[in-house]
Design a binder for this molecule. Structure first.
Ligand SMILES: Nc1ncnc2c1ncn2[C@@H]1O[C@H](COP(=O)(O)OP(=O)(O)O)[C@@H](O)[C@H]1O
Ligand SMILES: [Mg+2]
Length: 349
C-alpha cells in the first residue's frame, strides 16, 4: 500500500486567491437552496492528477453547510478517499481551493486541520498504546489542552470506557474502529469525515455508528461520510452526492431524492426510431433514449391524473407507433446505478 501521508504546507496552491468567483450553475443553485446557512466546507474547482498520470478528481465544486450530514456515494475507485485526503491535508490538489470554516487548507493549514476529525478508511493506530493514551495524544496533537472529562465522555459514548487501559493490539476489529472514531473526536472537530465507516463492520457497530452520527449532529457537528451502501445514505443523510470517475455527478437533498422515488417511468419501444419529439408532444415530460428507439415518460405515482391515456392518444395522432411498453418505479439504487454506469465519456488523453 502506497504511503499517502504527506503534510500539506505549501501555500498559494490556488491559481487565484478568490474563492467561488466563477461558480458553475450547479453550485450556485446549491448555495441558493442552502439559504442562509453558512458553508462550513467550501470546495471549488478541485482536481487531482496523481504522479501516475491518473486523474482521480475532475473539477469538483461542493458547499457543505454547518450541521449537515452529507453522504458521498460512489463505487470503488470513484475518488471519495482522494477528496477526503485533500481536505484533510494528506495529499495535494492539482487545482482548486478548499476552505474549512473560512480557513484555506493550503494557506491556513493548521487552522483548517484543527476543525477536522478524520476516521480513515484504512485503520491505523499505535498498536501498543492503550486506548486512553492514544485518544489523549490525538487531542494533544491539535494543540488542545488535556481534558480528562472530555476524553472520558468520548470513550463512554463509544462504549470504550471499559477498554480504556487495554492495548489497541488486543482489541477486535470493531473495537479498533471505535478507537479511530474516538481519536477523530478527541479535539472536538467541527467537521467529521467518516470514510466508509461501516464497510465490513457488524450490524451492532453499524447501528451504534448511526446513533453516534445523529448524536453528533445534535451537538452541531457537520458530518461527511462516504459509502457505497445506498441504504446508509437513505438512512442517514440530509443530502447526497454521487461521485463517479472523479466527477460529482449529482448533489441533491434527500427529500428531493425521496420525491424522485415516487416517480414512475413508462418506456415505449418505438416501431421506428425518432430523431426528435413531435411538436404536439412538447407538453409531456418525454425523453428519447437509445438513439431515438425508446421513448420514456416520467410521471408521479402520487398524482391522480398521470396522463398516460392522453399520451398514448397523442402518440397515435402524431403517427408514432410502438411495439412494446414497460413501467418501472425508480429507487435511489436505480438513480445511482444509472449515474455510475454511463459509458465512459471523454477519457482524457
Ligand atoms: N496514490 C495514488 N497514486 C495513484 N493513483 C491513486 C492513488 N491513490 C488512489 N489512486 C487512484 O485514484 C482513484 C480513486 O481512488 P480513491 O480516491 O481511493 O477512490 P474511492 O475512495 O472512491 O474508492 C482510483 O483509481 C485509485 O486507484
Ligand atoms: Mg475510498
Amino acid at each position: 500500500m502506497a504511503p499517502r501521508l504527506r503534510q500539506a504546507t505549501a501555500a498559494g496552491r490556488s491559481p487565484s486567491g478568490a474563492v467561488n468567483s466563477n461558480l458553475p450553475l450547479a453550485s450556485v443553485t446549491q448555495i441558493i437552496m442552502l439559504g442562509a446557512m453558512p458553508a462550513i466546507l467550501s470546495i471549488s474547482n478541485l482536481s487531482k492528477t496523481y504522479a501516475t498520470g491518473f486523474t482521480a478528481l475532475k473539477s469538483v465544486d461542493l458547499e457543505i453547510s454547518k450541521g449537515e450530514i452529507f453522504a458521498l456515494l460512489g463505487p470503488n475507485g470513484a475518488g471519495k478517499t482522494t477528496l477526503i485526503s485533500i481536505i484533510c491535508g494528506l495529499t495535494y490538489p492539482t487545482t482548486g481551493t478548499v476552505t474549512v470554516d473560512g480557513f484555506d487548507i493550503a494557506r491556513d493549514y493548521r487552522a483548517a486541520r484543527k476543525q477536522i476529525g478524520l476516521v480513515p478508511q484504512e485503520l491505523k493506530a499505535d498498536a501498543f498504546e492503550t486506548v486512553r493514551a492514544t485518544v489523549n495524544l490525538s487531542r494533544g496533537l491539535f494543540g488542545k489542552p488535556r481534558d480528562d472529562a472530555r476524553v472520558e465522555k468520548v470513550l463512554r459514548d463509544l462504549s470504550l470506557w471499559d477498554k480504556r487501559d487495554s492495548k489497541i493490539v488486543t482489541l477486535s476489529g470493531g473495537m479498533k474502529r471505535r478507537v479511530m472514531i474516538a481519536k477523530a473526536l478527541a479535539h472536538d472537530p467541527a467537521v467529521l469525515f467518516l470514510d466508509e465507516p461501516t464497510a465490513g463492520v457488524d450490524v451492532e457497530l453499524r447501528r451504534d455508528m448511526w446513533a453516534l452520527v445523529r448524536q453528533l449532529r445534535e451537538q452541531g457537528v457537520t458530518i461527511i461520510l462516504t459509502t457505497h451502501y445506498i441504504e446508509e445514505a437513505e438512512e442517514m443523510a440530509d443530502r447526497v452526492g454521487v461521485i463517479n470517475r472523479g466527477e460529482l455527478v449529482l448533489v441533491e437533498g434527500k427529500a428531493e431524492l425521496m420525491r424522485k422515488l415516487g416517480k414512475k417511468q413508462l418506456t415505449l419501444q418505438l416501431q421506428t426510431p425518432l430523431n426528435a419529439l413531435p411538436e404536439s408532444l412538447a407538453a409531456f415530460p418525454l425523453e428519447l433514449i437509445k438513439s431515438g428507439a425508446e421513448l420514456v415518460y416520467t410521471y408521479d405515482v402520487k398524482q391522480e391524473h398521470v396522463g398516460i391515456a392522453d399520451l398514448i392518444r397523442r402518440l397515435g395522432e402524431a403517427g408514432v407507433e410502438f411495439k412494446d411498453l414497460q413501467t418501472h418505479q425508480s429507487s435511489l439504487e436505480d438513480i445511482f446505478i444509472n449515474l455510475v454506469n454511463e459509458p465512459a465519456q471523454e477519457i482524457s488523453a
